[in-house]
Design a protein around this ligand. Sequence first.
Ligand code: UD1
Length: 423
Amino acid sequence: MDSIVVKGGGALSGQIPIAGAKNACLTLMPACLLSDQPLTLTNAPRLSDIRTMTELLRSLGAEVTSLQEGKVLAMSCHGAINTRAEYDIVRKMRASNLVLGPLLAREGHAQVSLPGGCAIGARPMDIHTDSLALMGAQIDLRDGYLHAKADGGKLKGAVIDFPFASVGATENIMMAATLAKDTTVINNAAREPEIVDLAECLRAMGAQIDGDGTSRIEIQGVDSLHGATHRVVTDRIELGTYMLAPAICGGEVELLGGRINLLAAFCEKLDAAGIDVTETESGLKVARRNGNIHAVNVTTEPFPGFPTDLQAQMMALLCTAEGTSVLEEKIFENRFMHAPELIRMGADIDVHGGMATVTGVKKLKGAPVMATDLRASVSLILAAMAAEGETKVSRVYHLDRGYEHVVAKLRGVGANIERIKDQ
Ligand code: UD1
């Protein structure tokens, strides 16, 4: 297993290119199951989660070819389809459940393993399954698998009111509805940029979708979808993560490909914390306004609110702010696993239920710490870059799931960071 060693220190300067969005790409890839013609994705990120989705799609009968060192994914699903998504692959990555909607839409039946819990919470799938049931699917849970079958072999449109604006359920139902009979309406749909990106790709494939980016999405089913080429939207979470690097360490960094509208709520909080964000021709420039970081309160919410996927990294910033900040996590029940690790580095954090109170300290101090999930890992790296002395972050395989070339990107702006093989 590898570790990352960071020596805290100086201010950063330079540029960081931002990749295509992991969470968009993992949704776009299963869309290839909806057509027997090729779907090509450009601007794909080079990540282990993408390799896991590739493995899953291949196991279902899709051809997936990685071109230009993984930046282009050419997918085709013209032959026979295997409709069973096996536990051995699904358990590695929750986004695997996004094959359920497309398989059911194309073949009229599917068996998809339940993914199980993960480090940040239970993450049930009831909104996905209740919605598919409204579209005429019978769904049973047997042997840890969801066994789904569409009445008469074809899903039918329905009006679905989501109890919560679930991102995954919006994506699964949108894909399922593209080939269903008649019209499907999703009320209280998620509005994340990744949903809009999926809708754009599906429209390029011939789907009829309106209202993406709002809470009411309408999908008129069509008989078949065709091939398309689609560019994956910028990764707003990678963007936000690297915006925090100069905020925490000082200096000025330009994030290439960044746009404020991907992260408006996050940018407002940065402004309140004393961090300047300006749009440039090629992205966003980030620097501290004056020497100090100010405390701010943060509540995670569905888009356009503050993203849960940036909560851990924001906490790393607030550890050295002047004053006390309160972070409230409203999306996942167990997403403060980074707090005990930050405390090992000298942070003053009190976690109580879904809230964390962070009282700023002057300096964090390097320590051996452990990554517990993807976003927690990167928050420890950010904290380490501003800490006194050396920090060793172990279990960094989590990082490979969501950040391509993290060491090279941070070294490129002057961070003292390296990846080492553990003995
Ligand atoms: C969530 C995030 C998304 C992030 C992704 C990866 C939100 C709203 N969603 O998406 O931004 O990129 O994690 O970290 O911020 N739920 C149910 N039943 C369901 C589905 C979800 O109860 O069938 C609950 C979940 O337990 C959770 C909440 O709804 O508390 C959000 O879930 P959802 O948006 O579906 O999660 P992801 O799609 O994984």
